[in-house]
Design a binder for this molecule. Structure first.
Ligand SMILES: [Ca+2]
Ligand SMILES: [Ca+2]
Ligand SMILES: [Ca+2]
Ligand SMILES: [Ca+2]
Length: 269
């Protein structure tokens, strides 16, 4: 049992380690004629160089690429954000071309590759893939895109029935939820609803840096690891965890309650 936990633990550590740049937000469907679309990337390291990265858009109709953006020469800003979008969107560094960002079922994928590797109509691949988001605005799941990009979940920008006014935003557990757009800034929705398989639900208050354990009454043993796997915090708590003194970035949160254990990615803004 213990060795299984350790295996899962080290697998997660290596996954977190490898993911220094993520797709943190996507807005494909915007009011009117979709002139406020954007994609936000986030790095745990401020001013992170984007040399060697390319962002590729895949059309779910045919599952081939329809646009690609070379990120060579760019870097994330002092808060770790980098945004591509339609002209006029707050904080964009690259303006999307006329093909825009399709409303789904479609995908965006971040690769460590060259622009020349992804001419229009290239098939999706997991080779050199850094991160991917398969999304829709009420369309059915595109199994082809999901499989080709190694993903299991397609996220719905219209999940709260307000797709034009919502974007998909990365949550603390690595999933995406729809809320009011926050281009080039911290995602506003950081509360997380876990599936019933998970031990507890948490809510992160990004302003105060407090992780709340929702409706939990039992004592929890909590450990927080940084991206190098170094233990940063060990404590026992029931209701909340104060992470306000940690520098922003991606951490691994390990929660033990009796014989149960939960591991999750925690993004501290
Ligand atoms: Ca669109
Ligand atoms: Ca499409
Ligand atoms: Ca939207
Ligand atoms: Ca954001």
């Amino acid at each position: 049992m213990k060795s299984t936990f350790l295996l899962i633990y080290f697998t997660l550590i290596s996954t977190v380690n490898a993911q220094s740049l993520v797709i943190s937000e996507l807005d494909s469907d915007t009011p009117g004629t979709d002139t406020a679309e954007f994609i936000e990337l986030y790095s745990t390291t401020p001013n992170y160089s984007l040399d060697g990265y390319v962002l590729v858009f895949f059309n779910g109709n045919g599952d081939k690429s329809y646009a690609a953006y070379d990120l060579d020469g760019y870097s994330t800003d002092s808060n770790g954000y980098f945004t591509l979008g339609d002209s006029g969107v707050n904080g964009i560094s690259i303006t999307l071309n006329s093909s825009g960002l399709q409303n789904g079922a479609d995908a965006v994928a971040l690769y460590q590759a060259n622009l020349s590797d992804f001419p229009t109509n290239t098939l999706p691949t997991t080779t050199n893939l850094v991160d991917a988001l398969v999304y829709d605005t009420d369309e059915a799941d595109d199994a082809g895109l999901l499989t080709a990009l190694g993903e299991t979940t397609q996220y719905n920008e219209n999940e709260a029935s307000d797709g034009p006014n919502h974007s998909l935003q990365l949550q603390t557990n690595g999933s995406y939820s729809a809320s009011s757009p926050t281009p080039n800034a911290g995602n506003t929705v950081l509360s997380t609803s876990f599936s019933k398989n998970n031990l507890i639900s948490i809510k992160l208050n990004p302003t105060n840096g407090i992780v709340f354990f929702i409706d939990n009454k039992e004592s929890l043993d909590v450990r927080l690891y940084d991206m190098t796997g170094k233990l940063q915090l060990v404590t026992t708590t029931t209701n909340y965890l104060d992470v306000s003194h940690f520098t922003h970035g991606i951490y691994l949160l390990q929660i033990d309650q009796g014989q149960q254990q939960q591991l999750m990615k925690l993004i501290i803004n």
